[in-house]
Design a protein around this ligand. Structure first.
Ligand SMILES: [Zn+2]
Length: 455
């Protein structure tokens, strides 16, 4: 190991980490026969790896640590007092297979569980920094600030197709939050709560406050699952990374990730609302709403894109807003009207104008609170006050109600249309949409007194 080299590049954080690595040398790894060199000694780590860069999260802060391959010989493990959130292996070889593996659950490895025990590093040219002959193999979780693997122990396996070497790693992986399985209030279905971080109070059952927050998250998931008649969320993970203060989902996963500051600092009511929003994201993903042409066209209309605009073309063909269109301010009122901070009393969040996924999610969320539609229309001017001369309150209200109904019609047409969603029960959401149409039909546009006099 060359600590001076590491300190020059990565400062004090690197020094602390490297000292940790030194301290861990020889702690229980002597039995790892293949660590650092292949079983038949035909391939050594130094032959195929230049450096390994780790990203670790300690105390909520992510930091980068460089380790030279020569310092990892003889099976010495890499150790982090926090958890590993990213790995970059630098090599002069371009034909390696590099993976992160949970060696303590080999059955999962063999089964190829995509969410479980094995992560494949992929070649990333940008990470190589344009240096000729250098190749970088990279893995970062889809969710920023997540751990690369759940268990406390794993290994990085580097193979040239014939032989392999491995680097054992020790970090503080997921902690199951007690009670391990939280029951959803209505169905009693159990979902798993995990925590990644060092704050022992989060996974501990001691705090009543903490328990209320967990129950609020479960209640939010339960509300959505009951309304849509679908099992959407199997796992909730709280990440102690200070880089974000919100909650999110990842396409194809029945999971919600929640950042620890959000969990600690938001009220139980806000957490319930956030969990509802995220569970709805899972539903939107499963239904394939963002791939639906009619919903894409509707969203383009609401963004104010003209029939021949390039922004509309990009949105309808790719489902994504071009970056230049992000700043365009021709959004229909509906896009802010349905944001949770406007539609649901006392709540924060919602950014329906950002993309079709957020629009679909916040719209379905508003549908769960459809009884607020009429009074929210009355308060439209408070949501986004505009110059009186620009557009009348009457027109804004009527247009927003029409857009709301138009969106209900588009969702009715889109629901169940994606082949991927055929296994999903769609009757409950169709009922919700029909009910929304019926209720919204009973809401008259407010008659402006000035207009009434004219007639
Ligand atoms: Zn969202």
């Amino acid at each position: 190991m060359n600590p001076n080299h590491a300190i020059q590049r990565y400062g004090l954080a690197g020094l602390i980490f490297l000292l940790t690595v030194f301290a861990s040398v020889g702690t229980g790894l002597a039995s790892s026969q293949s660590a650092g060199k292949s079983v038949d000694a035909g391939l050594t780590l130094a032959e195929c790896v230049e450096t390994i860069r780790f990203f670790e999260i300690v105390g909520g802060v992510q930091r980068e640590v460089l380790v030279e391959a020569c310092d990892l010989a003889d099976g010495r493990p890499l150790t982090s007092s926090g958890y590993i959130s990213g790995v970059v292996v630098s090599s002069t070889k371009d034909d390696l297979q590099v993976s992160i593996e949970d060696t303590e659950n080999p059955r999962l490895n063999a089964g190829g569980d995509p969410s479980g025990a094995r992560r494949q590093l992929t070649v990333n040219r940008d990470e190589a920094g344009g240096i000729e002959g250098r190749h970088c193999y990279v893995y970062f979780p889809n969710v920023p600030g997540d751990a690369v693997l759940e268990p406390d122990r794993f290994q990085i396996t580097i193979s040239d197709g014939q032989q392999s070497v491995c680097v054992p790693v020790r970090h503080r992986g997921y902690r199951e939050i007690s009670p391990v399985d939280m029951e959803l209030p209505t169905t009693k279905r159990k979902i798993r709560f995990d925590y990644a971080g060092e704050d022992a109070s989060v996974p501990s059952p001691a705090s009543v406050e903490r328990q209320l927050r967990l129950q609020a998250v479960a209640a939010g998931i339960d509300h959505v699952e009951q309304a849509l008649g679908a099992e959407l969320v199997a796992q909730v993970t709280i990440l102690d990374w200070k880089g974000a203060d919100n909650a999110l989902t990842s396409s194809g996963n029945a999971r919600i990730w929640l950042y620890a500051d959000t969990f600690r600092n938001r009220s139980a009511a806000e957490l319930k609302c956030a969990a509802e929003h995220e569970a709805l994201h899972v539903f939107v993903d499963r239904q394939g709403y963002t791939k639906n042409t009619r919903l894409r066209e509707l969203f383009a209309d609401l963004k104010g894109f003209g029939p021949l605009s390039l922004d509309r073309f990009a949105l309808v063909t790719t489902g994504k807003l071009p970056p230049a269109a992000q700043d365009i301010t021709t959004d229909a009122d509906l896009l802010t009207f349905i944001d949770e901070r406007n539609f649901i009393d006392g709540m924060a969040g919602g950014h329906a104008s950002e993309n079709l996924d957020e629009f679909a999610t916040s719209f379905l969320h508003s549908l769960l609170y459809i009884d607020r539609l009429a009074s929210n229309l009355d308060g439209l001017d408070r949501v986004d006050p505009r110059e009186a001369a620009e557009i009348s309150a009457e027109t804004r209200r009527r247009t927003t109600l029409e857009d709301y109904r138009r969106t209900l019609e588009a969702f009715l047409a889109a629901t169940g249309s994606d082949p991927r969603s055929t296994r999903e029960p769609v009757a409950p959401v169709l009922r919700l949409l029909e009910r929304g149409l019926a209720l919204s039909a009973e809401i008259p546009p407010t008659v402006d007194p000035e207009v009434a006099r004219e007639f």
